[in-house]
Design a protein around this ligand. Sequence first.
Ligand SMILES: [Zn+2]
Length: 274
Amino acid sequence: MKNPVCPVCGGASAASPRLIECRGCGLAFETEKRFCPPAYEPGLEEGIYGSAKKALFREALDFLDRTFPDRGRLLDIGCAGGELLRAAAARGWLAEGVELDPALAAKALALGLEVHTRPVEEAALAGGAYSAVTVFEVFSQMERPAAAAAELLRLLKPGGVMYARDFNAGFHLTLYRLGETGLFGLPGVRPWVFHNMNFRARTLRLMLQRSGFRDIKIRNSRPTAGDPYRTGGALGGFLTGALKVLYYWLAQALWFITFGRVYAGSALIVTARK
Ligand SMILES: [Zn+2]
């Protein structure tokens, strides 16, 4: 069977045991699509969508507040139960979200938030209307991330900012391959996370450049608090959380000594302007 073309850059891809990788932009994507959103075990959702991300949401909103002291409209893609939207509204943003999962969208709607339930590129929202768009771990779950990125550019007003966080395939693929060798050897330790689309820093940069974004800045993201995905297994939440923070600083050190060329962090933060 012929390998599919890359859904981000249209380039040729090469198959590995589980994932297909694009030779052009470094995207790693799955041969079988998962349902969107991923089904987490009961009890994990609160951590994944909320408490583990509080500090990350705060960091994003601090940045957006500084950029737009007068606020404006903010659109959160994949808003889940409205955790980021509520925090944004409390700071004076006119915040609304996009959420495809009916149960999560209902939760956000019940809080009185405005939520669109179609994929953003099909939702026919007003162009040039938003000062800020936030995209937390959603490009990796999309069917058509490049089309969504182009639509986000259209929705932003001139000078508007997109703030995204996503998993770094450079990190997760490396760990996955190390894991295949049995290196971790501890029960339940599975520190990699895969989604439909797994972006490297250069993949995100290329996708946003092609969509027409400018001032694209990428950095390692601080980790989520604790162990919301339970990837640490026998290590438990506290130790896993501590190791993640230690690893973040090692990744930062590597980033500095390579003059910003190597992104080893488990997740990336991307900001870009229209
Ligand atoms: Zn590609």
